[in-house]
Design a protein around this ligand. Structure first.
Ligand code: DP6
Length: 362
């Protein structure tokens, strides 16, 4: 396991030239879910996700020589152009927690400007896109000042490592198409500390897959992912769950290679429901699905049964439904979504999305 602690990344001269970097990074949807962690953000089971295209965060970090020496990180934070102290505090704490990796952050005055392509209140998770965008900016600064990450592979790997420390699922957003996070014997190079790209392991069918996000509720979720992971420690189903995730990944990988939609769809839906079953069997128990989530699932399954079209659903840790289907089925699926599912959304809100190529430096 690589350890990125590096006390050498300290600026020697006090004449730092100011600079800035901007990255856009996407959200992702896990097919095999990460739910349960240990140690410093290490997963209890391997997970694999689609990297999305349209649900993205743009983050810019501006840095200059620190004017007043002090403890901790000097940070100003703006979200969609407005100061946002509660987000800023979180980012500051995170940056302080990784000073052993980027000690030079202590020598700078930092300004972070961040914004999402999707409304903050849409219920779409933003930690994966925001933490990956932040990690990418930090690696760009390191490379600019120390020339240590000129190799693209090394750059992405470190970005994935740092993103994971910010939010587990964020480590997968560093790579386009699909990414796998967590040690899995059948995949060479897989690792608990970083995600690895899976683009070369998937059938072309999945590289243009659609993932339309149907917003059942815009409200903030009642139990955070962080707390949800914590509840897994006492969940009586935890051990069999981690085993199940490994077994499903074993079945899913050949299906992804071969373009086997039926197996993909079955596993994807089972994973989504298993995730929510774990929430319901936690102590205290909680339910994030809403009546309209279930109604949408029933309609989608009935439509699939009636028409035979390959359309499947997934869920994140929230009530919103992800509707998954291959590009060549769009003409049949889109009218179904618009007529039967969108009316069940809060204020008809939905976000058409699809598999994307990963982060981009702007
Ligand atoms: C249900 O990555 O948001 O989306 O590591 O505590 O930040 P933290 O949790 P987070 O959990 C994501 C859980 C999930 C499944 C997944 O993305 O694999």
């Amino acid at each position: 396991m690589q350890d990125y602690k590096n006390p050498k990344l300290i600026l020697e001269s006090s004449a730092l030239e100011p600079g800035k970097f901007t990255w856009q990074s996407p959200s992702n949807l896990a097919i095999i879910k990460y739910w349960g962690k240990h140690g410093r953000q290490l997963p209890q089971n391997p997970s694999i996700s689609f990297t999305l295209n349209s649900a993205v965060t743009q983050t810019q970090i501006e840095y200059k020589q620190r004017e007043e020496a002090g403890h901790g990180v000097s940070l100003e934070f703006f979200f969609h152009g407005e100061p946002k102290p509660e987000f800023g505090e979180k980012q500051k704490k995170f940056l302080e927690s990784i000073l052993d990796i980027f000690p030079f952050l202590n020598q700078m005055d930092l300004t972070i400007r961040s914004g999402n392509s999707f409304p903050h209140s849409s219920g779409i998770a933003s930690s994966a896109s925001s933490m990956s965008a932040l990690a990418l900016c930090l690696c760009s600064i390191e490379d600019k000042l120390f020339g240590t990450l000129s190799d693209d592979e090394a750059f992405d790997r470190k970005a994935s490592y740092v993103a994971r420390l910010g939010s587990g699922s964020a480590c997968r957003s560093v790579y386009g198409t699909m990414a796998l996070w967590g040690k899995f014997g059948e995949v060479e190079g897989s690792d608990d500390t970083v995600a690895i790209p899976m683009e070369d392991h998937v059938h072309p069918l999945f590289k243009t897959f659609h993932d339309d996000i149907l917003i059942v509720s815009k409200s903030e979720k009642s139990v955070s992912s962080r707390a949800g992971h914590g509840l897994m420690e006492q969940n009586p189903f935890a051990a069999p769950r981690y085993q199940q995730a490994n077994q499903r990944l074993h079945e899913l990988l050949p299906a992804l290679r071969q373009g086997d939609l039926e197996t993909f769809g079955r596993i994807t839906e089972n994973e989504a429901l298993s995730l929510h079953a774990l929430m319901m069997t936690s102590n205290p128990s909680y339910i994030l699905m809403q009546p309209n989530t279930l109604e949408m699932i029933n309609r989608l399954r009935a439509f699939r049964e009636d028409t035979g079209h390959p359309v499947y659903f997934s869920l994140d840790a929230g009530p919103n439904l992800h509707v998954l289907y291959p590009e060549d089925a769009i003409h049949a699926i889109r009218p179904f979504i618009e007529e039967e599912l969108v009316p069940l959304c809060e204020e008809d809100a939905w976000l058409p999305d699809w598999v994307g190529e990963g982060p981009e430096e702007l």
